[in-house]
Design a protein around this ligand. Structure first.
Ligand code: ADP
Length: 221
């Protein structure tokens, strides 16, 4: 049976919301795109399942779109913090299960947290951290912050670990990090086995405490 595709709604079609919408649609998901600006709605039409002009702070308008049936709603309203907060409040009151919201600043973040936003996103800060990590280390291919303490990093295997097996490297015992997957060209070896061997150009996807990951990156490879 084909994998069940999820239903998403994206509210606010600026640079961030527009990118989220296009990428979800490209991946084959159902995406409802909403903005109160008709130009934005027309622009996104070819890159979404449906696109509608609506004011997301208007509870009736959201109800008529059947928004409560969507598994995920992304609130990507930028500068208008008041609209972002009100929209989030209405969505949570309507019982939408997963409401992900772009925050503009720490004050906005705090309010979103209080009113029940399920995930609060700071795209500029997150991207800034990833670029900084990438630019300062030749080994780091990508970086995802999971919490203040934990991250996932993609590390390019160095010569030091080429042709060595995972068991041989004792990465978990020595560094407390876990190899989630090994990328080799287009292949992704998820949950690799202890006997799997790391080759040149492999990319390791590693999860762990930031300090442990740093130690592994600097000393272990
Ligand atoms: P970015 O920084 O990601 O480019 P913007 O602030 O430029 O974000 O875009 C936010 C979008 O949200 C705009 O297209 C704007 O028209 C839309 N928007 C703002 N308020 C509402 C609202 N109440 N209902 C629907 N869309 C809204």
């Amino acid at each position: 049976m084909a994998e069940k595709k999820k239903q998403f709604a994206v509210i606010g079609l600026g640079r961030f919301g527009g990118s989220v919408c296009k990428e979800l649609y490209r991946m084959g998901h159902q995406v409802l795109a909403i903005d109160n600006n008709d130009v934005k709605v027309n622009e996104i039409a070819p890159f979404s399942t449906h696109s509608v002009i609506a004011n997301s702070t208007d509870e009736k308008a959201l109800k008529s779109l059947g928004i409560r049936n969507f598994e995920y709603v992304i609130v990507a309203i930028g500068d208008n913090i008041q609209s972002s907060i009100l929209t989030t409040l209405v969505l949570k009151e309507m019982g939408v299960e997963n409401v992900w919201v772009k925050a503009q600043n720490n004050y906005h973040h705090k309010v979103l947290d209080k009113i029940g936003a399920d995930r609060i996103i700071h795209p500029e800060q997150d991207m800034g951290i990833r670029i900084a990590q990438h630019i300062t280390s030749e080994k780091i291919v990508d970086y995802i912050e999971l919490s203040d303490d934990y991250s996932i990093v993609e590390l390019l295997a160095t010569e030091k670990i080429h042709n060595r097996s995972l068991i041989d490297l004792h990465i978990r015992a020595k560094y407390g990090c876990t190899i989630l997957a090994i990328k080799r060209d287009e292949d992704l070896n998820v949950s690799p086995l202890p006997a799997d061997v790391i080759r040149e150009k492999d990319i390791l996807i590693v999860i762990g405490h930031k300090l442990d990951l740093k130690r592994f990156e600097e000393e272990g490879m």
